[in-house]
Design a binder for this molecule. Structure first.
Ligand code: NAD
Length: 516
């Protein structure tokens, strides 16, 4: 098999690429209002109740109507996954990996179509949508190869003893519940679910309520790739209504969650409780929020730092777990860097992402916009608003990219995950204080430092307590296989998605020792 290589991103400056995307977007727009089913044991089920998915750039536009599961359907989904497990868990890793490789090939062929759905349902600009689709392809290609590697690794891990034949195998766990967020509704949903599946588990996938249509499109593609019935159930529905049911069910062997801290902590509590009939302690993999900081030293390249900060803070309207929401800057360069960032922020275009010139699209929905408005109201009390500061009138849920200067390290703007285009600037006396402020958060997902000093780089590597630390580059944009991704502390269980140990989280090791 050819070695894994990350999927190249589309260069939309090419007229051909832009035209191909426009054609795909027009074709997807003709499908707006599509009705999508849930899928249990290969059966498509349409429910009377529907989840209405709306275009965040144009709130009156219905992207689609999705079936909506209740507890009875959740029960059926777990039973179907359990039935399929007996066969799927006994398939060879090669058989399972081939499904992922086929799905990757299909997705690559239909890349712009999927990116167009992401643009319309999740409010991503074409560049952001293209990166989401490319990452989904990467997860498929990478985990397919990792599944084959696991076998080889197990064979190589044991010390030989004379007179014995010892064998170690990575076995799947059982039925898993995959709970995905809306902000990478393709890449993260595909990555979480297919890692578990390629390792031999069967799953019930609950997409986020805001993005059920892209999940349904992915499920169709998986079926086209040859997915056997019952290996993946697609179960859209409200987290509070079916989430707890799925998590506490005695058949559930593991839960893989990506989402907010509050929900992640809630699930941790539920997953730890035993339910009658349950024969195991549930495995829990959780990737949660972030309050990611970029730290800039007096000797940094300020042009580079400003570009990195603004891209990390306002790409996809700050709605990435890795988004920079705090800039912590040495006092010697604070004013100059603030000025540069303010100028770059003022140039950002906000609006409907169908316009290829728009950089900052909408936020996901009205409740998110309302929550961000609360932080905008707080901003003049906690600092000095130097860019943005307002919601924008329009068809969608638009928020001005906002920069707030002179914020104290313990202010709410510096402590709470806002998940919107709001960036706080704080001043530090020296590098030691800057790193201390950077660590002064409950989270620990990503962080960047900008400095020319080797000693400062070394200090950051030693002291900056985050799962993904970047030097002289932005703190978003992890690449599968190159930057395994996951955070410390309240950012989660540090599962390192897209890394060499990720699949092991969905396996258990069996040792067989035969006396010869
Ligand atoms: P969320 O926590 O609101 O929802 C995540 C998922 O959990 C959704 O599918 C939701 O329906 C479901 N859910 C809600 N209540 C539930 C319950 N009681 N039981 C079971 N499931 C329930 O998060 P979100 O708004 O979709 O996503 C944004 C959050 O995700 C941010 O905090 C972001 O930082 C985080 N995130 C983290 C990573 C990472 O890798 N660390 C990646 C992407 C997003």
């Amino acid at each position: 098999m050819i070695p894994y290589r990350p999927e190249p991103l589309t260069d939309f400056r090419s007229a051909d690429a832009a035209a191909a995307f426009d054609t795909a977007l027009a074709a997807v727009e003709r499908q707006l209002g599509v009705e999508t089913p849930l899928v249990i044991g290969g059966r498509r089920i349409m429910t009377e109740r529907r989840l209405r998915s709306i275009n965040p750039s144009a709130r009156d536009e219905t992207v689609g109507l999705s079936a909506q599961a209740d507890a009875a359907l959740a029960e059926q989904a777990l039973l179907a996954a359990n039935r399929a497990y007996a066969d799927w868990s006994r398939r060879t890793p090669q058989f399972r990996a081939d499904l992922l490789l086929k799905a990757a090939a299909l997705l690559r062929r239909r890349k712009h179509e999927f990116s167009a759905w992401l643009l319309l349902e999740a409010g991503k600009s074409r560049g952001e949508a293209d990166a989401d689709t490319a990452e989904a392809i990467d997860f498929l290609e990478y985990y397919a190869r990792q599944a084959l590697q696991l076998e080889l690794r197990a064979a190589a891990e044991l010390v030989a003893l004379p007179g014995e034949n010892n064998r170690l195998s990575y076995l799947p766990l059982g039925v898993g519940v995959i709970i995905a967020p809306w902000n990478f509704p393709l890449a993260i949903l595909v990555g979480m679910s297919m890692a578990a599946v390629v390792a031999g588990n069967t799953v019930v996938v609950k997409p986020a309520s805001a993005t059920p249509i892209i999940a349904a499109k992915w499920q169709e593609l998986l079926e086209e790739a040859g997915l056997p019935d019952g290996v993946v159930q697609l179960l859209p529905g409200s987290g509070s209504e079916i989430g707890d049911y799925l998590v506490t069910h005695p058949l559930t062997r593991f839960v893989s969650f990506t989402g907010s801290r509050d929900v992640g902590v809630h699930i941790a509590g539920l997953a730890a409780q035993l339910t009658p009939g349950q024969k195991w302690l549930k495995r829990y993999v959780a990737e949660m929020g972030g309050k990611d900081g970029i730290v800039v030293n007096a000797d940094a390249d300020l042009e580079l730092a400003a570009a990195g900060i603004v891209a990390s803070a306002f790409g996809y309207s700050g709605q990435k777990c890795s988004a920079c929401s705090r800039a912590i800057v040495h006092e010697a360069v604070y004013d100059e860097l603030l000025e540069r960032c303010t100028a770059l922020t003022a140039k950002l275009t906000v609006g409907d992402v169908r316009d290829p010139h728009v950089y900052t699209g909408p936020v996901i929905d009205e409740s998110s916009q309302r929550k961000i408005a609360g932080y905008l109201a707080l901003a003049p009390q906690e600092g000095r608003v130097v860019a943005g500061g307002q919601l924008l009138e329009g068809t969608g849920f638009f928020v001005q990219p906002t920069l707030v200067a002179d914020v104290a390290p313990d202010a709410r703007l510096m402590q709470e995950e806002i998940f919107g285009p709001v960036l706080a600037f704080a001043k530090a006396r020296d590098w030691t204080e800057a790193l201390r402020i950077a660590n002064d958060t409950d989270y620990g997902l990503t962080g960047s430092v900008y400095t020319r000093s080797r000693a400062a780089v070394e200090a950051a590597i030693r002291e900056f307590h985050v799962g993904n630390l970047y030097i002289n580059r932005k703190c978003t944009g992890a690449v599968v296989g190159a930057h395994p991704f996951g955070g410390f502390n309240m950012s989660g269980t540090d599962s390192k998605a897209g890394g060499p140990d990720y699949l092991q989280l969905f396996t258990q090791l069996k040792l067989v020792s035969e006396l010869l």
